[in-house]
Ligand binder design. Structure first.
Ligand code: HEC
Length: 261
């Protein structure tokens, strides 16, 4: 009985590992809240490609536009497609029941997704949709196997599918394996299940698509805690004030002790 329990316990981490081992997680750059053009582009992509299904129920257009440096009239003309007012929440018309009926699972509210999961998860999730004819929408996902969401960014990314490709063999030390007779050559091996985009099928090239997904992730990082942006700005003034105060305190201290010594 004890042995059985031990085996079961040992299996749990390996099963988790197996579930996540299928994907090379990548996140090239950290979220950057100072990068307003990236956040603005993220918001533009979000309202065009995501908001129809995923509400941002804790986020108002007005606050978002203010934080991201977008004038209200520009936001109303270009980013609000629901006929709502600038002060309203970024909601949509899809009810939970309808979402569940159409997709098998209701599209969740994404305001907090980068905190609930992580920015890395969102970035990799959006990049790893691939063709799978066994799924209802003809696509599957590496980060979320058997996901109910269609590949909404396919027109930007192009058609991505699983393929077998030659990749450098990785040595035990983590580096690429080299040919012992000719070290300038790397030893490659065939790896299947790698994701490859059919050339010329997307509006963006690989680099542009990565940048777009980064901007979306950055925007969702912002919605996870909008006041973080403000906090960073205020933080600088607080530090400057403390330095300023520090100088005067030091001078005052010198003044007090002048007569003692
Ligand atoms: C046509 C509707 C639809 C659109 C448009 C859509 N999604 Fe989804 N999305 C879904 C559904 C449905 C699910 C739930 C899938 C499931 O649970 O199987 C989902 C799940 C997700 C998840 C995973 C949540 C989790 O718990 O892991 C993320 C992240 C996500 N969507 C991001 C986006 C982003 C970003 C966009 C815009 C680029 C977008 N979605 C556009 C329908 C949509």
């Amino acid at each position: 009985m004890r042995k059985l329990l031990l085996t079961a316990l040992l299996c749990v981490p390996s099963a988790l590992w197996a579930a996540s081992a299928d994907i090379d997680w990548q996140m090239p750059v950290q979220p950057d809240l100072e990068n307003l053009p990236s956040l603005q582009n993220g918001m533009r992509l979000y309202v065009n490609y995501c908001l129809g299904c995923h509400a941002l129920g804790y986020q108002r257009y007005e606050r978002t536009a203010d934080d991201l440096g977008i004038p209200h009239d520009v936001a109303l003309d270009n980013l609000v497609f629901t006929g709502q007012k600038i002060g309203e929440l970024m909601s949509n018309a899809m009810s939970l029941d309808m979402g569940k009926k159409w997709f098998g699972a209701a599209p969740p509210d994404l305001t907090m997704i980068t905190r609930y999961k992580s920015p890395e998860y969102v970035y990799n999730y959006l990049k790893t949709f691939y063709v799978d004819d066994n799924r209802p929408f003809g696509v599957n996902n590496k980060a979320f196997p058997n996901v109910g969401m269609p590949n909404v960014l396919a027109d930007l990314q192009g058609i991505q599918r699983e393929a077998c490709v030659q990749k450098p063999k990785i040595a035990a030390n983590g580096g690429e394996m080299r040919d012992p007779l000719d070290p300038s050559k790397t030893i490659t091996e065939e790896k299947c299940g790698e994701l490859v985009v059919d050339e010329g099928t997307g509006l963006y090239d690989a680099e542009q698509f990565d940048a777009a997904v980064y901007d979306l992730t950055n925007f969702l990082y912002y919605t996870g805690e909008p006041s973080r942006l403000e906090r960073h700005r205020i933080g600088i003034y607080v530090l400057l004030f403390l330095v300023f105060l520090g100088c005067f305190t030091y001078l005052l201290n010198r003044e007090y002790w002048k007569d003692v010594h």
